[in-house]
Structure formats: C-alpha cells, structure tokens
Design a protein around this ligand. Structure first.
Ligand SMILES: C[S@@+](CC[C@H](N)C(=O)[O-])C[C@H]1O[C@@H](n2cnc3c(N)ncnc32)[C@H](O)[C@@H]1O
Length: 240
C-alpha cells in the first residue's frame, strides 16, 4: 500500500483519505486550496439563511468540520439568540476544533460527533450540507436525503453544495482537467494532486447534477434551484 503526500503534509494512502488527525489540524488551509470559491460559497449559504432562519429555528450543518461555516451563520444571526444550531461530524478531531471555534460565540450551539447515516434529525428550518453528502456512501445517500426532507418544516430549506460529475464523458474530462489546473495554480505538485485523487477513490463519490436532482426529487423535494456553479462545484437550494 503506497502512501503519498497530498498537500499540507497530509499523508494518505490509495482509497484511504481520512479527515482525522493531522488533516483536521490543517483542514482550513487545505480546503481553501482544494475547493474553488470555498469562502464565496459560505457567503452564499449565509445569504440564503436570512430567508429561512427565524427566531426559534433549529438549523443543522451536517459535515460541520472545524465549524467555520457554522460560526459565520451564528454571527450573522446574533440578533436571534434563541436559534438552536447543531453541527454534526463523524470525526472527533473535527468536532473538537468546531467546539473551540463555536464555543467562543454566545449561542445555543451543539457540536455532535456522530455518523450522519444514522443520526436522527429534529424538526428544522434549515439543513446545510456543504461538500458533505459526497462523502456518504451511495448506498446510504438516498436515506440521508430522505431524512433531511422529513426533518424539514414546510417551507424549510436544504442547501446542498457538492462536487459534481459532468453529464457525459466529454464534459467530465473538461471539468476534471480544469480542476487539475486549479490545483496546479494553487501550487500543489503533480504528485500531490495524483496522490489526493487516488486517496479519494471510493471515499468521495460525486454524482452528476442530474444524479443529485434525482436524490432530491425522490426524497420529495419539488422546488429546487441552482445557487452556485464553478467548474465541477455546484450549490442548489431545495425548499420543502
Ligand atoms: C469537506 S468537509 C465539509 C466542509 C465544511 N462543511 C466546511 O464548510 O468547511 C466533509 C466533512 O464531512 C465529514 N463526514 C464524512 N462522512 C461523514 C458521516 N458519515 N457523518 C458525519 N460527518 C461525515 C468529514 O469528517 C468532514 O469533516
């Protein structure tokens, strides 16, 4: 089993990417260099939240990582002290960091270390999945979206950002080569880029835009609109 350096001194083996340990420590840097318009996407989620977060809302972020987006949301809604914020992540190292960041804010926030695959969601006005669902094994993914739909109140929002595959081989080729250019421009070495791609085999499994729309529609969502797109990175708003 070969292990490779994949950037930020993260070492990862073939098909063995992990968010634990050192990855969690350097995550904030690594994600900015790896996800185009990472911060701009956060701004869009925050903007959307104004339409769905009310004084007594429950809001979830699944795959909360180090809590950066959750902290932005909490600060934006500081005038609504009764909102209950819940961040869920499967990695204890991520939750520890998220607790440090979010705990410094004056808010009703819980950071929960749990597998979203069997985590029960309470009724909520907004659920955020910012580059999280793509890490849920396809055999559980529909069930997770079903439970999100079920938990949302009528008029509530599911904000879903995902890395997506192109609609056919030609588009997929173009998108993935341009994404490689993005990583090269951010000073990742060819070895790091290949090592990262190899580590994500079977771990990050992107669907196409149509594939994600299918997941949402089968769960029950009818009102769905795109809110962001940059190469193979896409955000949609689904309203129950
Ligand atoms: C790309 S990161 C999310 C980034 C984050 N939302 C942000 O805005 O910075 C994906 C996260 O999903 C978490 N994750 C992966 N599988 C999970 C699961 N089954 N249950 C809960 N969290 C999971 C990972 O530990 C990781 O922290």
């Amino acid at each position: 089993v070969t292990r490779a350096q994949v950037g930020e001194n993260i070492e990862a083996g073939n098909s063995a990417w992990s968010f634990a340990g050192h990855t969690a420590e350097v995550f904030d840097t690594h994600v900015r260099r790896s996800v185009p318009m990472y911060e701009a996407g956060h701004d869009i989620v925050c903007g959307l939240s104004d339409f769905f977060v009310h004084d007594d809302s429950v809001v979830y972020e699944l795959g909360v990582s180090t809590g950066e987006l959750m902290a932005h949301l909490i600060r934006r809604h500081a005038h609504r002290p009764k909102v209950k914020w819940v961040g869920v992540d499967i990695e204890a190292d991520m939750i520890r960091r998220a607790k440090e960041r979010v705990g410094a804010l004056d808010a009703d926030a819980s950071l929960v270390c749990a597998d979203a695959v069997d985590y029960d969601l309470a009724p909520a006005d907004m659920v955020v999945s910012y580059y999280f669902l793509q890490f849920i094994p396809p055999r559980y993914r529909q069930d997770v979206v079903n439970r999100i739909y079920h938990a949302l109140t009528w008029g509530g929002a599911f904000v879903l950002f995902e890395k997506v595959r192109g609609p056919d081989a030609r588009f997929q080729d173009i998108l993935s080569l341009l994404y490689t250019d993005f990583k090269l421009a951010n000073d990742y070495s060819p070895d790091e880029i290949v090592g990262k791609s190899r580590s994500l085999k079977g771990v990050l499994e992107p669907f196409s835009t149509e594939g994600n729309l299918g997941l949402l529609r089968r769960a029950g969502f009818e009102d769905i609109a795109p809110v962001f797109r940059h190469l193979c990175f896409e955000g949609v708003l689904a309203i129950k």
